[in-house]
Design a protein around this ligand. Structure first.
Ligand SMILES: Cc1cc2nc3c(=O)[nH]c(=O)nc-3n(C[C@H](O)[C@H](O)[C@H](O)COP(=O)(O)OP(=O)(O)OC[C@H]3O[C@@H](n4cnc5c(N)ncnc54)[C@H](O)[C@@H]3O)c2cc1C
Length: 240
């Protein structure tokens, strides 16, 4: 069991109507790899309390002076605790967790991401930009509608001046904004936007149905199983 470590809440950032990021500072900041997650503890007396202690991915790079997590806020008691945070509140964390991480030797990567699964992608991209790595990145990111696209500005900022492909798509309503596709991520879209999928290390984060569908899709396209890195966000509502 990893010892809980305290962090100080310093900032919240609204990403969409329902998604917010929370930033914390640490006296001794835990090390982590981009793609990993940590457990936010609102009940340190009972670490098994699954309602108040939940896993969230890092949505900041390992080199940032703060640690950021991002949550799709719901009616849950855990979400209530996040909503109530005030500057300088102390929150405890455990971690890091997860083996679905970016390794510095990767040269061509792809992301097949749905909704809140974007959080570890931001951590990975911030790491690549901080290190100035020449990584070839292709991101396919689906949301229900254009108002739910979290980190749109950050994706624009991170990819500026880089030859990355960022394909945003929505599958509920045709989008009004230019540059956003309409439709799900399916074999046809991946073959079109990421024709070299077989040469890439592919990451997929998110709810089980989405991640499992992306895994099947990649295998059908001939990707090697060892090049697929997936992390299922257990406990995340399937419709979210
Ligand atoms: C590795 C990992 C990374 C994650 N990263 C993020 C992230 O960056 N951002 C984010 O918003 N969420 C992330 N999640 C999901 C997060 O931990 C929460 O489960 C999710 O946000 C829902 O919490 P809630 O309090 O809003 O929902 P709740 O209303 O408490 O639960 C939503 C639904 O999930 C069910 N459920 C709750 N807990 C579990 C469980 N342990 N196992 C199975 N079903 C359960 C409930 O019955 C309910 O139907 C991650 C999960 C994992 C495992």
């Amino acid at each position: 069991m990893l010892m809980p470590i305290p962090g100080t809440f310093v900032e919240r950032i609204k990403r969409t109507e329902t998604i917010e990021s929370f930033r914390f500072r640490f006296e001794s900041r835990p090390d982590f790899s981009p793609g990993q997650s940590l457990r936010v503890l609102f009940d340190t007396q009972n670490l098994n309390n699954r309602d108040l202690n939940k896993i969230l991915s890092f949505s900041s790079g390992p080199q940032a002076p703060y640690i950021e997590v991002t949550k799709r806020l719901s009616q849950s008691v855990f979400s209530d605790q996040l909503k109530r945070l005030k500057n300088n509140d102390t929150v405890f964390f455990q971690g890091p967790y997860g083996r679905c991480v970016f390794k510095d030797e990767y040269q061509k990567i792809g992301f097949l991401i749905g909704g809140i699964g974007i959080t570890p992608v931001i951590s990975i991209l911030e790491h690549i930009v901080f290190k100035n790595f020449l990584v070839d990145v292709c991101l396919l990111y689906v949301n229900r509608n254009e108002h739910e696209i979290a980190f749109k500005e950050e994706l624009r900022r991170l990819s500026r001046g880089r030859n990355w492909q960022v394909c945003l798509t929505v599958d509920d309503f045709p989008p009004q904004a230019p540059g956003i596709r309409f439709g799900r991520i399916d074999g046809e879209l991946v073959a079109k936007v990421m024709p070299d999928a077989r040469e890439r290390v592919i990451f997929s984060f998110g709810p089980p149905a989405m991640v499992n569908a992306m895994k099947c899709l990649c295998l059908n396209l001939g990707c090697r199983p060892e090049n697929l890195k997936t992390e299922i966000f257990v406990g995340y509502p399937e419709t979210g």
